[in-house]
Structure formats: structure tokens, C-alpha cells
Design a protein around this ligand. Structure first.
Ligand SMILES: Nc1ncnc2c1ncn2[C@@H]1O[C@H](COP(=O)(O)OP(=O)(O)OP(=O)(O)O)[C@@H](O)[C@H]1O
Length: 467
């Protein structure tokens, strides 16, 4: 096992919160009696991060991510516990933190470089590289208070990555950079990873965490919920987020989500009892019936459970199950849903993820304006999506079906199966990046100047059409 770069033992952080600003003043003027409420932003955090790891930290707003990063970066002291950091830390924390707004960009580069332990000469040697990376032109000699948030982060990242850190800490800041800059940041982060650097970063984008990280940490209400493979954390966090959304919908949408159109009655299924028997087991352990998430880390499905996906199949043209497809193959994705309650506005959809859990595409009945009538309890809904397999890179993919009640923007997630089906996509042709465009027209012309004096031009034209 590699060396340990960061260790946290029983780290907690308590902030003081004052109901009124005057209480803070009173406490200073009349010491002895605390007038603040205690707020524990982190509780008993135990963590070991090895050298060379890239660790993504996820969690909803206010869960304690920045507090944790600041404690590791050394800009905040924990209330209790022990922190050991081995290696030079360069931190890109809250936007502009560490920059003096009255100083110019240039002055701030020197100021920050010195704070990070570089000598004047070292910073002078690196200055052009830093300014070149930040690419903010003449603004480098303007006070940073005149910078846009994007310019701020450009300079801050340029400093952070160019001061030879061993541990790089990035707190969401990159979210405000433009596409070109993010691309460059990602390239430098990759190079830093390859050189054996340790990275900790906060992101709300699970795709980025899955792509970049070797490990992920999920924090909620100041506690570590789970540490593990980014892919697992991504699924569990997604499940939990939907739980929150469902709770919110329940509270705020009791009336809004009520049935407006007439219910279409359907013939009850002949073998409904059998199906119910098979699925009742699952329902009993449905984690969304009031249990805290912590108790069911290893779920592979989530939702309120008012309806349940009981079968999901990928079929070829002759209705045979397939696990291997080629681009342009026609396939059918068949989702069967059993209802346990009245579902007023059913939406059935499927997400396609790659092996790093990057969402490749998603489609659902609502989006394609395929209206599904309201369902009664104990009905079986079968939805079949017929499609041409996209021209994506060859490899392993995951298809995940889901059933929701509501609209695209505002729905209750009833059941979402995570990782029910792996499908291998064969590669038929060269594909660069994620997918290959299915229809590209290419034309070209070559113009030759045959005699400069006559200025005579001969043009050869050609056109190819690839559909
Ligand atoms: N200086 C402070 N005084 C009092 N409370 C604070 C202070 N700084 C942070 N908090 C509180 O501590 C909790 C954790 O904050 P923190 O910034 O670490 O969360 P976060 O997960 O980074 O949130 P976000 O995703 O919104 O950036 C929040 O409830 C926040 O209000």
C-alpha cells in the first residue's frame, strides 16, 4: 500500500452562530457568558488518503465539504481531533480566498507564492508560466477586485497548479471557468495525477467524480456517509438525492400532483397474484419506507415504491434477449411495471451510462410525447422502446430503467433500477470520443494556380456523402 498523504482522526468542527450580530458584540464586551449557538459542521471524521489518490467529495449544499477541505488545507482549525498532512498543499478554495482584492494579479501571484513557501526567485522563474496559464492579458496588472469570477479562478488555478504542490485541493471553484479553461485545467489535473500528485476536490457533478477519481467520499450533515469506488458512491448518492426530491414533492405537491385526467381502467393481469408473490419480498425491504439511508447502503434500486419495475429486457428483432449489440442494430427495450398505488401521470424512461457512469443519453415517454394514462393499483404496464443502437464507442454500457409519476420537471421517482443490465456494444467503425455522427456530408475542393500571370485557376471538386 502506498504512503499516506492525509490522515484525519476524530475531527469535528463547531461553528458559533449568533442569532443577532449584537450578540457577538456583547460576547466580546462582556466575556464569560457565551451568547452563541453551537453548530457542528463536521462530526468525528476519520479518514486516510493515500499518496497519488484522486478523491472526489460529494454532498449537498451545507453538508460540510468546504469545511473539511479547509481543515485539510490548514486554513481552518478543527475544534477537536487530529489532522496530519504530509506534503506541500496547494488549495483552490472559495472563489478568491487567499487573494487580496486591492492587489494586482501580479502582486497576488507573488503574495500567494510566498504563502505557499516559494522563494521570490522561484516565483519570478514561474511567473510567465503562471500568467500564460491564466491567460487574462493586461488584467494581470489590474487589482483583482476588478476581475470577473472566471478571471479570478483562472489566476487562482494557475497559481495553485504551478507551485509544485504535492497535494492539490480544489473546491468547486472550477465551475465558473469557461469551457476552454476547464479543458486546460483538466489536462493539468491529469498531468498532476500522472506525476503521482494527490488531489482532493469537491464537485456536484458525479460524472466528473467518476471520470477523474480513484475514490469518492460522500458527506451529509457533517458525517461521512460512505467512502468507496466513485461508481458506487455515484449510484448511492443519486438514489439518496431522489429520496430527497421525493420527500420535497410529497410536502409541496400534495395537491399539484393529483389526478386531473380520467383514469383508464385496464384488465387486471391474469397472473397478477404470482407476480405479487415474487415481488412482495422486495417490497418489504424497499428502503424508502421510512428507513434512514445509512441502513441500506447496498441498494441497487431506489424510489418511493408505489410502483415497481418487475422486468427489463433488451430484445433483438426476433424477440430474443441480447447482451451484445452493434451500432445501428435495431433493438427493443421492454420495461414492465407493476403498480401498488394509483399512478396519475406515469413516465417510463431509460438512461444509458458508460462504464464510468457518464450519462450518454436518456429517453422517456414524456420526452417523446407518448402519453401514458393513469394507472390503478395492481396493474401491469409494459412499455416497449424500439430504437436503433447508437454509433457509440465499443465497450461496456449500462441501461437503467425508471418509472416516475408527474412531469419531466416535477415528478416523484417511484422506482429506478441501478445496474440491472450490462450491454456490450461492438465497434463497427472508427469512433472518436463518445459517439460517431451517423450522417456527415463532406465536400472538398483543391485550387491550383497554373499560371501566376494569367491568374488561371483550376478547381477540382469532390464530394462524399456518408449516411
Ligand atoms: N464561519 C461559519 N460560521 C457559522 N457556520 C458556518 C461557517 N462556515 C460554514 N458554516 C456552516 O457549516 C455548514 C457546512 O458548510 P460548508 O461550507 O462546509 O458546506 P459545503 O458542503 O461546502 O456547502 P456548499 O456545497 O454549499 O459549498 C453549513 O451549514 C454552513 O452554514
Amino acid at each position: 500500500m502506498s504512503e499516506i498523504a492525509i490522515t484525519l482522526k476524530n475531527v469535528s468542527k463547531c461553528y458559533k452562530r449568533y442569532a443577532r450580530p449584537v450578540d457577538r458584540l456583547k460576547e466580546i464586551l462582556l466575556p464569560g457568558k457565551s451568547r452563541a449557538d453551537e453548530f457542528w459542521a463536521l462530526r468525528d471524521i476519520n479518514l486516510e488518503i493515500h499518496k497519488g489518490q484522486t478523491v472526489g467529495i460529494v454532498g449537498r449544499n451545507g453538508s460540510g465539504k468546504s469545511t473539511l477541505l479547509q481543515i485539510i488545507a490548514g486554513t481552518l482549525t478543527p475544534t477537536t481531533g487530529e489532522v496530519n498532512v504530509c506534503g506541500r498543499v496547494s488549495a483552490l478554495l472559495e472563489l478568491g480566498s487567499g487573494f487580496n482584492p486591492e492587489f494586482t494579479g501580479r502582486q497576488n501571484v507573488f503574495f500567494n507564492g510566498r504563502l505557499l513557501g516559494l522563494s521570490q526567485k522561484e516565483i519570478e522563474d514561474k511567473f510567465d508560466e503562471i500568467a500564460g496559464f491564466a491567460d487574462i492579458g493586461d488584467f494581470i496588472d489590474e487589482p483583482v477586485k476588478t476581475y470577473s469570477s472566471g478571471m479570478f479562478v483562472r489566476l487562482a488555478f494557475a497559481v495553485a497548479i504551478n507551485v509544485n504542490p504535492e497535494i492539490l485541493i480544489v473546491d468547486e471553484a472550477l465551475a465558473v471557468g469557461d469551457g476552454v479553461f476547464i479543458h486546460r485545467c483538466m489536462a493539468s489535473i491529469k498531468a498532476f495525477q500522472d506525476s503521482g500528485g494527490t488531489i482532493l476536490f469537491v464537485s456536484h457533478e458525479m460524472g466528473t467524480v467518476s471520470r477523474l477519481c480513484s475514490q469518492a467520499i460522500w458527506i451529509n450533515d457533517g458525517n461521512i456517509v460512505e467512502i468507496g469506488e466513485p461508481d458506487d458512491i455515484s449510484r448511492h448518492y443519486q438514489a439518496w438525492m431522489y429520496e430527497q426530491i421525493n420527500d420535497y414533492q410529497k410536502k409541496h405537491n400534495e395537491v399539484g400532483n393529483r389526478l386531473v385526467e380520467p383514469i383508464e381502467t385496464r384488465d387486471p393481469l391474469e397472473n397478477l397474484e404470482n407476480i405479487k408473490d415474487r415481488t412482495s419480498q422486495k417490497l418489504k425491504v424497499n428502503p424508502f419506507n421510512e428507513k434512514a439511508y445509512r441502513e441500506y447502503h447496498n441498494i441497487e434500486r431506489f424510489g418511493t415504491g408505489r410502483a415497481e419495475i418487475i422486468s427489463f429486457e433488451v430484445l433483438d428483432n426476433s424477440n430474443k434477449k441480447v447482451g451484445f449489440v452493434y451500432p445501428k442494430d435495431r433493438i427493443k427495450l421492454v420495461v414492465k411495471v407493476l403498480t401498488y398505488d394509483r399512478i396519475q401521470k406515469p413516465i417510463v424512461g431509460i438512461m444509458l451510462y458508460d462504464r464510468l457512469r457518464t450519462a450518454i443519453t436518456g429517453f422517456n415517454t414524456y420526452q417523446y410525447q407518448h402519453h401514458l394514462y393513469s394507472l390503478l393499483p395492481e396493474q401491469l404496464l409494459t412499455v416497449e422502446f424500439s430504437l436503433e443502437w447508437p454509433e457509440i464507442q465499443g465497450g461496456n454500457y449500462v441501461l437503467e430503467p425508471a418509472i416516475a409519476d408527474g412531469s419531466q420537471e416535477n415528478h416523484e421517482m417511484l422506482d429506478w433500477l441501478q445496474f440491472p443490465l450490462n450491454i456490450i456494444s461492438g465497434a463497427t467503425d472508427l469512433t472518436f470520443g463518445v459517439f460517431r455522427l451517423s450522417s456527415v456530408n463532406i465536400s472538398h475542393q483543391i485550387t491550383v494556380s497554373q499560371s501566376p500571370t494569367e491568374n488561371y485557376l483550376e478547381t477540382t471538386r469532390a464530394e462524399t456523402r456518408k449516411v
